[in-house]
Every structure is written in C-alpha cells, then in structure tokens.
Design a protein around this ligand. Structure first.
Ligand code: NAP
Length: 439
C-alpha cells in the first residue's frame, strides 16, 4: 500500500455525476478484525491493477483514515467514528472501508449504519454473481447474476423502538388505543414496539438508481420486492411509488396482457421489464429459477436478508462485494463483518473486499483496472486458489465435511491450492497478468 496524502480530490457535479482526476485521493478505513488482513491485500492488488492498466499515467493516492476498535485501542479515549473521519469521507467523495465492529452493549449503534446515515448513502448496491469453479449448494449457480439495490436509510433500521415495559411503550400503547382506535393488544404489559418509516422520496430515489443502473448496464428487468400484501402503507406503497416513478421519470408504459410496465432502454433500444414480487415468493423463485432476475430494488431489512441468502447461493459472503452510494458520494465495503475468530491468522478471504474495490474502480471510471481485478479474481478462484472458507463450503456442499480438501475441482478440472489471505492476493495478481485467464 503506497500511503500518500498527495493526489487530487474527486468532485461531485450539480447533476450528481463525479469528476475524477488521474491521481484521485481515496480515503481507506482499514477496519477491525480481519480488516487488518484483507485491506492491505486489497490496496496491493488495486495498485498493481492500476499500474498494469495505465503504466503510471493514473494511480490512486490512498488516504488512511481512523475509525473503529483498532483506532480506539491506539487511543482509548477516542471516538470510534471521529467527526474528522466523516468530514474526510464526505469531502473526498469516494472511499473504501474494511468491516467495523459494533461494540456490544452500552447502547452503541453500528458505525457502518452511522456512516451510511451521516453521508446519506441511500443505495446499498450488492451484485451477486457466480464465479466458475466455486462450489455452490445449488445445481445451477451460473444462473445467478443479479444486483440488489437495498434502501439504506429508512425502514426499521432507523432504530425507532422501545423495549417492553418502558414508559414510552406504555404511552405509545395508550396513544394507539385512545387516539387511533387500535384494538387492545393481546399482551399489553409485555409488548415492545418498533416503528417502520418508509417515505415516497426515500423509496423513489432508491428505485430511480436501480432503474438507471438497468439502463446503463443493459439489464432486462427491475423487480420491486416487497411485502405489500401485509404492510400495505409502507412496503405496498414502496411498490406503487416505484411504478409511478417508472412512468413519470422513465416513460414506462403498459403492454397489453402483460403484468408490470416496460421501458425502452434509450441507449440500446432493448426493453426493460419493471415488475414486482412479494418477498416470500421472491425467496423461493430466486432459488428455483434465478435466471429470471436481473436488478432487484427493495427496502432496507428485506435487502439485508436477501443479499446474504443470495451470496450463500453462489459461494458465501467471503466473495460478495458491496457499495453504499448517495448523490455522488460513495463508500465501498466488504459485505461481511470483522470475523474475529479468524482475525490475524492470514485465513480470511479477501475477495469480497477485492470485488468491492473492482466496483469502486468502475465507479470512478478506471474500467481497465477494474477488468484486471475481476479477471484476477476469476482466474484465481477457477484455478483452485481457495481460502479456508471456500474449502469448507465446498466440503459441506459435497457432503464430506471431514474429508481431505485435496479434491479436484469438478467444474474446471484444476487441482486445489489452499491459500491464506496474502496468498490469495498473490494469486489474483498472477491471474491478472495472464491474458484472458478464463474470460
Ligand atoms: P461476520 O464477521 O461476517 O462473520 C461471520 C462468519 O463468516 C465468520 O465467523 C466466518 O466464518 C465467516 N467470514 C466472514 N468474513 C469472512 C472472510 N472474509 N473470510 C472467511 N470467512 C469469513 O459476522 P458476525 O460474526 O455476525 O459479526 C462480527 C462483527 O462484524 C460484529 O461486530 C458486527 O457488528 C460486525 N459487522 C460489520 C459489518 C460491516 O462492517 N459492514 C457487517 C457485518 C457485521 P467461520 O466462523 O466459518 O470462520
């Protein structure tokens, strides 16, 4: 990692697009737990990709910033999420972070949620795709290629809730009963409450990002996934506001005899189907027939459940990347947590962080470098360079948990090469340098 405080700033234009110099400054939060293992590997791999792609005419200037438990251990009185860190993330526009631990107890809220809310990073974007060679628990993981757009700032994640027996819970109960005519609750003295705020603006700005992504990436459908049959005014409204936005902002129209709406992609001329699906039906359909899904737009809690379940379908959270994006400002991050049980052992899989960096490179327009990172990860995984989590997942999927990991990969025919975090980084660099490594 070449730590520089030089470099130039990225700027957000009035239309929320970004202007990126050739040497952009990128704040990086190392993260807690396995963050110290995977973040330096990510920086090394990205530096290599950028150097290979641009031969020195472009480079990233990493700007390490403080956050989380590691930073607090060095300075025990420090705020785990200093104001200065939030200011830097805002000012420099695009950054990347390792996982941050949420201290248990003491009423401390998640630093990750705090960053998303402070920077108004309303779209959590999580691509879920299959990498050849990785063993999956489903028969046709290659049919999974979708991108989840999860609303990031509303829903029950706002943390408006009161515990059982609290004064607030009692007052709210009286208010519901006397002012709003809600029937008495079944267990009035032991009921806790949570509030689920969902707004039209909040829903539509997220759905607009999903539809715009479908246009830019030439995808075939956007599915609004909700539980509107039960939560009519929150999840149901999310769906209705989505259709209304598709009509008013993207010119969507009906087609005789078909459900949903259709948009003609202004760039490619292909049709994009805007449709909706109830969440429980979605969860079974995506297992049985994942090929029918492309872009998913959903609410905060649903999106959290979906993205981990879908990641498991293609090989686990160790290879699932993510981004939190607002109006220009973006923070890219591994989707997994700090995995404290394997921290510091050179055993964590760095691919989630590497693929998050690939997303970041694309976001700033460094597409050639992004292609190299992707080719490197694909090549390393397909040629059997696997970290312990992938080996365990393969053993579970093949039903022999105690067996030796020296299996031949059924799909690609390559032998298995067990690697640690750093070894995986080296393998990614190796396959980045092999032209056309498995596409
Ligand atoms: P986790 O850290 O994601 O770990 C769950 C399990 O997943 C680990 O025990 C490990 O399994 C496996 N795992 C996760 N990342 C891996 C990697 N890179 N390589 C290999 N295996 C990996 O979830 P958690 O234990 O619920 O959360 C721990 C802490 O992380 C909490 O403080 C939580 O708040 C925080 N967290 C942060 C974020 C974020 O920063 N965005 C997200 C989620 C959780 P094995 O036990 O099989 O080794």
């Amino acid at each position: 990692m070449q730590i520089q405080k030089t470099g130039e700033p990225i700027r957000v234009r009035a239309d929320h697009g970004i202007e990126v110099p050739d040497h952009p400054r990128i704040p990086v939060i190392e993260g807690d737990g396995v963050g110290a293992d995977i973040t330096p590997v990510m920086c090394k791999v990205v530096d290599h990709a950028v150097s290979q792609a641009y031969g020195g005419s472009r480079a990233l200037a990493w700007h390490p910033v403080a956050a989380g438990g590691g930073h607090r251990r060095a300075c025990p009185e420090a705020n785990p999420l200093p104001e200065e860190t939030l200011e830097i993330l805002k000012r420099e526009v695009v950054s990347i972070k390792g996982p941050l631990e949420t201290p248990v107890g003491g009423g401390v809220r998640s630093l990750n949620v705090a960053i998303r809310q402070a920077l108004d990073l309303y779209a959590c974007v999580r691509p879920i795709r299959y990498f050849p060679g990785v063993v999956s628990p489903v028969r046709h993981p290659e049919d999974v290629d979708l991108v989840v757009f999860r609303e990031n700032t509303e829903d029950i994640y706002m943390g408006i809730e009161w515990p059982m027996g609290s004064d607030e819970a009692q007052r709210l109960q009286r208010f519901l009963n006397t002012e709003l005519g809600v029937a008495p609750l079944r267990f009035p003295s032991t009921t806790a409450f949570g509030i689920k705020p969902v707004s039209r603006e909040g829903s539509q700005r997220l759905i607009a990002k999903a539809i715009q992504y479908a246009i830019d990436a030439d995808r075939r459908s956007v599915t609004l996934v909700h539980k509107g049959n039960i939560m009519k005014y929150t999840e149901g409204a999310f769906c209705q506001w989505g259709y209304a936005l598709a009509e008013s902002a993207f010119g969507a129209r009906r087609q005789a005899g078909q459900r949903g709406l259709w948009i003609t992609n202004p760039v490619t001329g292909r049709e994009i189907h805007i449709r909706d699906m109830i969440a429980d039906n979605f969860l079974q359909q995506v297992l049985l027939d994942p090929a029918q899904f492309d872009v998913i737009a959903t609410l905060n809690l649903n999106g959290d459940y979906f993205s981990d379940a879908l990641a498991a379908q293609v090989g686990g959270i160790g290879i699932a990347p993510g981004a939190n994006i607002g109006d220009g400002t973006a923070v890219f991050e591994a989707t997994h947590g700090t995995a404290p049980d394997i921290a510091g052992q050179d055993a964590a899989n760095p691919c989630s962080m590497l693929l998050s960096a690939e997303m970041m490179l694309r976001y700033i327009g460094f597409h050639e470098a992004a292609d190299l990172v992707l080719a490197g990860v694909r090549g390393a995984l397909a040629h059997g360079f696997w970290t312990p989590d992938l080996i365990r997942a393969a053993q579970r999927a093949q039903g022999h948990a105690q067996a030796e990991p020296a299996v031949t990969l059924a799909e690609t025919g390559f032998a298995l090469h067990p690697v640690g975090t750093r070894g995986m980084g080296e393998a990614v660099i190796l396959y980045m340098d092999v032209p056309g490594a498995l596409g």
